[in-house]
Design a binder for this molecule. Structure first.
Ligand code: PLP
Length: 398
């Protein structure tokens, strides 16, 4: 047997190969510009409705300048783990600010969001513990539970009866960590936090909220899904990434001081990986300041999200359960999805195509997401292109 055999089989007769042959392959497309509301692909200007740059801060002068200044001061890399030579005063100051912003005792910054979940969740869920996770949780949460020494059970997406059944079954004899996404990244729907908080209290469990797509986006001041529901204090641990609204890369957890201290000394993806580079930390820190100082960005983002969602729905498209600036168009068929995506791309619109396992089979979708920096003209053009392509693909009729 050859360990490479699977590689040779992969691709052959697969959807991926077919998509490539018909030039409908929607992945790994190189951008030749900044990831703003318009991007350059193959030398051509295109509308970008497929990024997580929700507040448009990757192009904010203060964020860019902070990254440049950090490189000038600290160099390009820390060349080591936070535990040893890789901690900067910048990291600690930023952690302090993140904790203060979310009203938590402490915070810890990791090199990526993925590593944050891997390290923090696998450290917390010990041999006698159980992680109860939503079936639609992000891959990094699933992988974290695979790494942990405890058990993992999953409840049906946002199904509170199913969650209660599992809590009832496991909470008597185990420590229980409930882990949910705040905003589910493909369909843009929200965790039912009010019910989850009620259940976690009743059963004495702890709650870990991955708010990668909620921070900077939801809540009156952008503090995320927990703030949106008025439950910031009730969520034990809030996890965030810097790769979305924070216009950088990296991640963090915020929570009780003793828990963060424990994670800091036991999370392997934190201890055995080089720390977040100075430029990335400084850019995310600057983004945090802008988020607090420029609330008009949040308002514009939500205006744009409403225009997009209402526009799709007026056309008769299915936007699923979206309650955020992530607005999917559910297509439900891989080949139709490929044709729809290609039609949009050829007309100058970049969006993301999501197939299983990122979504349940039969729920294949185009994931659109908007930014605070999209103008009215961008939105109008987007809706016109979507209408024309949806008609062409047979998703809607006149
Ligand atoms: C819900 C969720 N959690 C975690 C991550 C991982 O974050 P990062 O891309 O910053 O590593 C992502 C991003 O893909 C995400 O969508």
């Amino acid at each position: 047997m050859d360990v490479f055999e699977k590689c040779q089989q992969f691709g052959r007769a697969s959807v991926i190969q077919l998509a490539q042959a018909e030039q409908m392959y929607p992945y790994f497309i190189p951008l030749q510009s900044q990831a703003g509301p318009e991007v350059v692909i193959n030398g051509r200007k295109m509308l970008m409705f497929g990024s997580n740059n929700y507040l448009g801060l990757t192009q904010h002068p203060e964020v860019i300048e902070a990254a440049i200044k950090a490189i000038e001061k600290y160099g390009t890399s820390c060349t080591g783990s936070r535990l040893l030579n890789g901690t900067l005063d910048l990291h600690e100051e930023f952690e302090h600010e993140l904790a203060r912003w979310l009203g938590k005792e402490a915070a810890l910054v990791f090199t990526t969001g993925f590593q944050t979940n891997l390290g923090a969740i696998s450290a917390l869920v010990g041999r006698r513990d159980v992680a109860i996770i939503d079936r639609a949780d992000h891959a990094s949460i699933v992988d974290a539970t695979r790494l942990s020494f405890g058990q993992t059970v999953r409840f049906k997406h946002n199904d509170m009866e199913d969650l209660e059944r599992l809590l009832d079954q496991y909470s008597r004899d185990h420590g229980v960590l409930i882990v949910v996404d705040g905003v589910f990244s493909m369909e843009g729907d929200l965790a039912d936090l009010p019910r989850i908080v009620e259940l976690k209290r009743r059963y004495g469990a702890r709650l870990f909220l991955d708010d990668a797509h909620g921070l900077g986006v939801l809540g009156p001041t952008g503090r995320g899904t927990a703030e949106h529901f008025g439950l910031l204090e009730e969520v034990d641990i809030i996890m965030g990434t810097f790769s979305k609204s924070f216009a950088s890369t990296g991640g963090f957890v915020a929570g009780p001081a003793d828990v963060i201290w424990y994670i800091k000394h036991t999370a392997r993806s934190f201890l055995f990986s080089a720390s977040i580079p100075p430029a990335s930390a400084a850019a995310a820190y600057a983004a945090l300041r802008v988020i607090q100082r420029e609330p008009e960005r949040l308002r514009r983002l939500w205006h744009n999200a409403r225009v997009l969602k209402e526009g799709f729905e007026r056309l008769g498209l299915n936007t699923g359960r979206s309650q955020s600036p992530i607005v999917p168009i559910i297509v439900g068929d891989e080949f139709k999805l490929g044709r729809f995506w290609k039609g949009l791309f050829d007309r100058g619109v970049y969006v993301n195509a999501a197939v299983a396992p990122a979504v349940a089979p039969g729920s294949e979708l185009i994931r659109t997401s908007c930014m605070a920096t999209h103008t009215d003209e961008h939105l109008e053009r987007m809706l016109a292109v979507v209408a024309e392509t949806a008609r062409e693909t047979g998703l809607i009729r006149d």
